[in-house]
Design a protein around this ligand. Sequence first.
Ligand code: 5AD
Length: 361
Amino acid sequence: MYKVNEISAKRLLESDDPEELKGLLKLADAVREETVRQQVCIHGIIEFSNHCQSLCAYCGIRGPNKTLQRYQMSPEEIRDTALTAVKVSGYKMLVLQSGEDPWYDTDRLIWIIRKIKSDQAAKCLVFLSIGNRDYETYETLYRAGARGVLFRFETSDPDLYKKLHPDCNLEERLEHLRYMKEIGYLTASGPLIGLPGQTIDSLVQDIFFMRDLGLAMASMGPFIPAPNTPLAGEKPGDIKTVIKMIALTRLIYPHVRIPITTALEKLGGMAVRRTALTGGANAFMLNLTPAQYRENYDIYPGKNLVKTHIHSLETVEELTKLISSCGRRVCKGWGTDFTLTKEDFNGSCNTGLTSSREMRQ
Ligand code: 5AD
């Protein structure tokens, strides 16, 4: 298999030769075909609360942003949205995402997870994206039935990380990722691309970081400046760089799942879906947040106006057409590279703790 080292990755990220870009995407596509094959997973994300106590400089829902209308979905609404997504639309994996919102304490989160997982007609994998919580909490939520976490490290550059997150540091963030993995979670993480002050060298490091963390899913997207944040006046990340990062990640960490994120679609339009899908990516993340809340989950402007992200079978159909036209097919099971047991999907809340760990060893 083609080997990319740090020097060639850097050179490719810096190159603006269109032929070279074409070659990189072609190679990434070939490696994708050889490793994770043709299946493309369509995942769903439910953004259940935009309350946030964090201070991330880039994020539109950061605590100090007083201009935003805040919302919290009730546990029942979250359960119903999730169950509809699985039973009606056929989603197999859902991300439950919120700002850092302590109203959803461990008991409330357990209730939500158990209600979803105990419905025998709704076999699905639950990922959490709820920010910094302690080890015990994540362990308890794993036992309740959650099996994955989406927890970006944002940048592997510790100084830049500190500048952007006055309330946290990179080591602490990584410590969380390590213990989540130790508990048994599938981990999804990655960088924001195009942050002010980010260097090409640090982007290269981000790719090797994703590999060394042993992520199940490499989730990355461009930085998009959000109003009423300290970075509101900065320029957005470059689409081509994101496309190259996806392709290079496929070459450096061949078996990982790589979703096309909503931020990339927002900046690159729908055409970018095909480019990324034929350049290393193999999954989608569709927004299932109920319409009345969606416009307020504004981590960056217009995020939830990405047109096709409506909770409907039509959207999945549209995506299925695109996927077929690229010679690929929608994954009907729980994916090709997630090493999980049937119990992880079957709903019984307390099984799978040891089995999924064993499966990955
Ligand atoms: N632009 C792009 N992505 C953002 N995120 C937060 N704010 C922005 C922004 N302005 C991403 C972060 C975070 C995830 C939930 O959303 O990577 O981890």
